[in-house]
Design a protein around this ligand. Structure first.
Ligand code: PLP
Length: 364
């Protein structure tokens, strides 16, 4: 053996499978419903700010994201000193196990938890542990039962991707209260802006007075800046301090910083995006159920759709849609082979989707 050997856990990582966006040898227009980006796209102001910022790309960005952290602090009423920005919230989710775990430690998340969690865990050399879900939603009792003396970190996506379900605020509090104080709870609220339920919270209030709970957010979803890679984390001072020591000095680029700051200022655009989603979520749910599909209640901008004919039917549907240039996400990597995840798009995209899926269900 002369070649360098990756650290324990690295070669156990199953690489992340991104949503399909089409294939290169076909130039027909694509309907991409596979990655949960917002239907309306970004604010014009964000695009203009990105273009203007491009003129200054010769310079390094502000390595502490100061202006953006202040804008986030104002918008969500949080202390900017307790915020850290990242190259997508993925960077922050990846860095937490690096900072808080070592080989032999366990990182816990729910059975159908977001696919980045096992990658982040193994990259740190730690061991992923999953708690079973009942009806495709996080089961707090099962989570607590899976805690051992080796558990160092718990990831909770709320709402969760790919299930679209959420954990009510009092249940999240029960999870926090049931965890030992030295276990870091990471509340991943990537879809918080889409949710309109009285018993939902992004989790910020659990962070305010704690030294062991953080909340992550992203500009990739309702703000539609996925291509720029920008997210943030709100946490206690001790966690922010540790993360700032580990992160790359210029982890967020200047174009992303400018666009995100402008995006926050355009609240009307966010409202429009939410209204578009609120309009389609019940309609799409109903119309897919009307075709005989099993559609799980969702509070976000995508649906977990399961096929009564099982994995073969789901696969055939994915192929049938792809032939019509409609791309949705298969959930094989999540262990839901009879399901597809479909995000809400523009009106004409939803019409094309329901026409195609309706025709598929009739013939299959
Ligand atoms: C999309 C998503 C993210 C956000 O990732 P970014 O790196 O910020 O683009 C985080 N968590 C969940 C559950 C997601 O679905």
């Amino acid at each position: 053996m002369t070649a360098p050997t990756p650290r324990e856990g690295i070669l156990d990582i199953k690489p992340y499978v991104p949503g399909k966006s089409g294939d290169d040898d076909d130039t027909r227009p694509v309907i991409k419903l596979s990655s949960n980006e917002s239907a309306l796209g970004p604010s014009r102001h964000a695009i203009e700010a990105a273009k203007a910022a491009a003129e200054t790309m010769v310079r390094y960005p502000d390595g502490s994201s100061t202006e953006l952290r202040e804008a986030i602090g104002k918008r969500w009423d949080l202390d900017p000193d307790r915020i850290i920005c990242g190259c997508g919230s993925d960077e922050l989710l990846e860095s937490l196990p690096q900072v808080y775990t070592t080989v032999g430690d366990e990182v816990l998340y729910s059975q159908y938890g977001f696919a980045v969690y096992p990658i982040a865990t193994r990259a740190a050399g730690a061991t992923p542990v999953t708690a079973p879900e009942g009806d495709y939603r996080t089961d707090v009792d099962a989570m607590l039962a899976a805690v051992t003396e080796r558990t160092k970190l718990v990831f909770l996506a709320n709402p969760n991707n790919p299930t679209g379900s959420y954990t009510p605020a009092d249940e999240v509090r029960r999870l926090r209260d049931g965890l030992p104080g030295h276990v870091l709870l990471v509340i991943d609220s990537a879809y918080a802006e889409f949710v309109s339920r009285d018993d939902y919270s992004d989790g910020a209030e659990l962070v305010h007075d704690s030294d062991n709970t953080v909340m992550t957010r992203t500009f990739s979803k309702i703000y539609s800046l996925a291509g720029l890679r920008i997210g943030w984390l709100y946490g206690p001072a001790n966690v922010i301090d540790a993360m700032n020591r580990v992160r790359a000095p210029f982890n967020v680029n200047s174009i992303a910083l400018a666009a995100a700051t402008a995006a926050i200022a355009d609240e009307d655009h966010v409202v429009r995006a939410r209204e578009h989603n609120d309009g389609w979520l019940p309609r799409l749910t109903q119309s897919l159920r009307g075709m005989g599909l099993i559609v799980h209640d969702s509070v976000v901008n995508f649906l977990l759709v399961r096929f009564p004919g099982g994995a073969d039917q789901a696969q055939a549907a994915e192929r049938y849609l792809a032939e019509r240039r409609i791309f949705v996400r298969n959930l094989n990597a999540y262990g839901i082979p009879d399901g597809l995840r479909i995000n809400i798009g523009l009106d004409h995209e939803m019409a094309a989707l329901t026409d195609a899926l309706g025709a598929f269900m009739e013939q299959s």
